[in-house]
Write a protein that binds this ligand. Structure first.
Ligand SMILES: CCCCCCCC/C=C\CCCCCCCC(=O)SCCNC(=O)CCNC(=O)[C@H](O)C(C)(C)COP(=O)(O)OP(=O)(O)OC[C@H]1O[C@@H](n2cnc3c(N)ncnc32)[C@H](O)[C@@H]1OP(=O)(O)O
Length: 219
């Protein structure tokens, strides 16, 4: 098994394949601020003990806010390009549920390039709860999948997850900083082998490996 990243320059520009691309730097700060505020809203709604009158007033305010911004929408497959990543490896889906910068359902997580692969820090609120006080196992798998897929993409080999294997080693707590790391460990034809971990206080709480398969791009 060898690591042979395909030259990044050989990847097509997604615009030439018909994708809408938004530069991350062009997203209005009012939008990213709104995303943050809606995250707070979701967490607050999930845990509130407010009385009926306040809840009804809040519902009406939210309905009013929806009316105010409902109109033209970006297409479902729109991509975002990060300026801190060189060229084609900087693309991701704008509303990706784990890391999409305009998706308030995604936690405030951002994978950064490191010497060995990718790394992110994230703190998950009670919105991501499974067992009491702990992160939902499905969400742990989702974060690992994102880190694994992004590590492959960042190495110039974007693909789809064919196989994902997760081991839950220790409970993953809510409301504390978690560290996520991922890297490519090998390639074989179109297959890219990747591994990733989630840590709390330096201790591994979950680890995953995946086989990403590079798909033939049209055109
Ligand atoms: C620059 C251009 C623009 C790009 C834009 C980039 C934007 C994004 C960038 C970056 C962010 C990334 C972040 C994302 C993270 C999240 C990822 C996900 O959630 S992905 C969604 C869930 N996964 C699916 O929906 C796949 C569904 N499955 C399939 O579509 C097919 O099964 C597919 C493509 C995986 C393989 O199908 P086949 O027909 O193309 O290929 P076959 O011949 O079956 O397999 C190829 C090789 O893979 C192995 N393989 C296939 N399935 C396997 C499996 N389950 N386990 C192990 N190996 C498997 C086979 O044995 C074969 O290996 P041998 O070369 O012969 O040795």
């Amino acid at each position: 098994m060898t690591v042979e990243a395909q030259p990044v320059s050989e990847l097509p520009d997604p615009r030439s394949l018909g994708f809408t691309v938004v530069a991350e730097d062009d997203l209005p700060t009012e939008l990213t601020d709104l995303v943050d505020q809606v995250r707070t809203l979701i967490d607050t709604v999930a845990h509130t003990e407010a009385d009926g009158a306040d809840l009804a007033a809040a519902r009406d305010l939210v309905a009013e806010a929806v009316k105010r911004i409902d109109g033209e929408r970006r297409p479902i497959g729109a991509l975002v390009h990060r300026s801190d990543f060189e060229g084609p490896v900087g693309f991701g889906t704008l509303t990706n549920v784990v890391e999409g910068p305009t998706n308030p359902a995604a936690p405030p997580m951002r994978l950064e390039l490191t010497e060995e692969g990718l790394r992110a820090e994230v703190t998950l609120s009670g919105v991501y709860q499974g067992p009491p006080g702990l992160v939902h196992g499905g969400w742990i798998a989702a974060m690992l999948d994102q880190a694994l897929g992004s590590a492959s993409a960042a190495a110039g080999m974007p693909g789809l997850t064919a196989n994902l294997d997760v081991n839950y080693r220790n409970p993953t707590p809510l409301n504390v900083p978690l560290e996520i790391t991922a890297r490519v460990t090998g390639t074989e034809r179109r297959k890219v082998f990747v591994s990733a971990e989630i840590r709390h206080n330096g201790e591994v709480t979950a680890e995953g490996t995946a086989v990403m398969v590079q798909v033939a791009l049209p055109g």
